[in-house]
Design a protein around this ligand. Structure first.
Ligand code: AMP
Ligand code: MG
Length: 397
């Protein structure tokens, strides 16, 4: 049986980002740059006013000395003529400076009377002027390859005239849920059957990890039906199969993987919940067999599949999204496996996330999951952890 680190190494090592595509900036937030994203223009693109007021020649300005008012230039306009000595022109915030002008006299520092404007005092050269290129130059790199296009980066790219960016393609996940007992979301109860939740979780978590999902629905516990569904599902970058990877007589997924030529890289990991996790490859397609317990599915997805999807989507160093935290009550791994305990998570007085394991624990404990904010990790080798111990937490929102 593999440790989590060994298993994660088999999933992530050598995983390369998917090929690039160009997408409109409007759809680029959260995607990963596949090439340097550049400023298309100098910013500002021209010398412009930072204030509402008057464009002037600084050398002409002195307290109480009138300047003849000539025309005006609003944002988006270009002055028809150069500013002559001894004159001023009205200018709006963001408007281009007329040729000959070299400073802005703010409205609040001047009075207007009889076709002239009178400064309250001299205006220094360059006052309230934003010069061409002082912010950015055309060709400046705003996002390096491999960086996530965050909201601030996308805002800067928009200002810098970029309409599209090169990003890594989204991973395509195919999803198959197995189990003859499973009822679709919200279906009326039936004897002997339970409602399925793993498919929903995989769709949500895969979406958060930047993937698109093709859902092949629920397949009953039948060897041939399972094989046929897996064969169809091997069409994307990743196939996720829920359930049926254990050793029961109705667990057909592992033999079906073999029938479909999927090579096993590991089966079973020292993780709780989630021990029966299966991973293999068919060509370039990553194939995960998730244990059917809803808590196992969530934990295994977050620990193994989400980082793989993020790497395919271009994040070079993606790892499981664990955060540092602190135990508020004692905890311990069980069965010699790194244990993910459902926990309430609250920021302590010092801002550190405090994790209180729920009273009930177990991969079948839906109620405990529902009252938790995620999981706290008790490592397999750590022994009993006292309250106050530093731990990793997996926060789920
Ligand atoms: P399995 O891994 O198929 O042996 O399933 C383990 C447990 O998880 C069984 O109690 C199943 O009924 C349950 N289970 C399997 N698949 C799902 C699912 N999609 N949603 C909720 N529970 C499931
Ligand atoms: Mg099953």
């Amino acid at each position: 049986m593999k440790s989590i680190d060994e298993a994660l190494g088999l999933v992530l090592d050598g995983l390369a980002p998917l090929d690039a595509e160009r997408v409109p900036l409007a759809g680029a937030v959260g995607r990963v740059a596949a090439a340097p994203a550049l400023s298309a223009v100098d910013l500002p693109p021209f010398d412009r006013s930072a204030m509402d007021g008057y464009a002037v020649r600084a050398a002409d300005t002195a307290a109480g000395v009138p300047l003849r008012l000539v025309g005006g230039v609003a944002a988006g306009e270009v002055a028809a003529a150069a500013l002559e000595p001894g004159t001023a022109t009205r200018i709006s915030t963001g408007a281009a400076l007329p040729a000959g002008a070299d400073a802005i006299l703010r409205s609040e520092d001047a009075t207007e009377a009889g076709g002239a404007v009178v400064p309250a005092g001299p205006v220094p050269d360059g006052r309230h002027v934003r010069y061409r290129g002082e912010d950015l130059r055309a060709g400046d790199v705003l996002a390096q390859p491999g960086s996530v296009l965050s909201l601030p980066r996308v805002s800067a790219l928009a200002s810098a005239g970029a309409g599209e960016v090169a990003v890594h393609r989204r991973p395509r996940v195919h999803l198959l849920v197995t189990g003859s007992e499973l009822l679709p979301l919200g279906a009326p109860p039936e004897p002997g059957r339970i409602h399925e939740s793993n498919g929903l979780m995989v769709r949500l978590l895969a979406g958060r990890a930047g993937a698109s999902v093709t859902d092949h629905g629920i397949v009953g516990d039948d060897r041939e039906a399972t094989r046929a569904a897996i064969e169809t599902g091997l069409a994307g970058d990743v196939l996720v199969v829920s359930g049926g990877v254990s050793v029961g007589p109705h667990d057909h997924v592992r033999p079906a993987f073999a029938d479909c030529g999927v090579d096993e890289l590991f089966w079973r990991v020292r993780i709780k919940p989630g021990k029966p996790l299966w991973f293999g490859r068919a060509g370039a397609t990553l194939v995960f067999g998730l244990p059917g317990n809803p808590l196992s599915t969530i934990v295994c997805f977050c620990v193994f599949i989400a980082p793989a999807l993020r790497r395919l989507a271009g994040e070079r160093d993606a790892r499981p999204a664990l955060e540092p935290g602190r135990l508020a009550a004692p905890a311990e791994a069980s069965d010699g496996r790194t244990t993910f305990l459902t926990a309430a998570l609250r920021a302590g007085a010092d801002g550190v996330l405090e994790a209180t394991p729920t009273e009930r624990q177990g991969s079948h404990m839906t109620g405990a999951l529902g009252e938790s904010d995620g999981f706290v990790v008790a490592p397999e080798t750590a022994g009993p952890l006292p309250a106050g111990a530093a731990v990793d937490v997996l926060r789920l929102r």
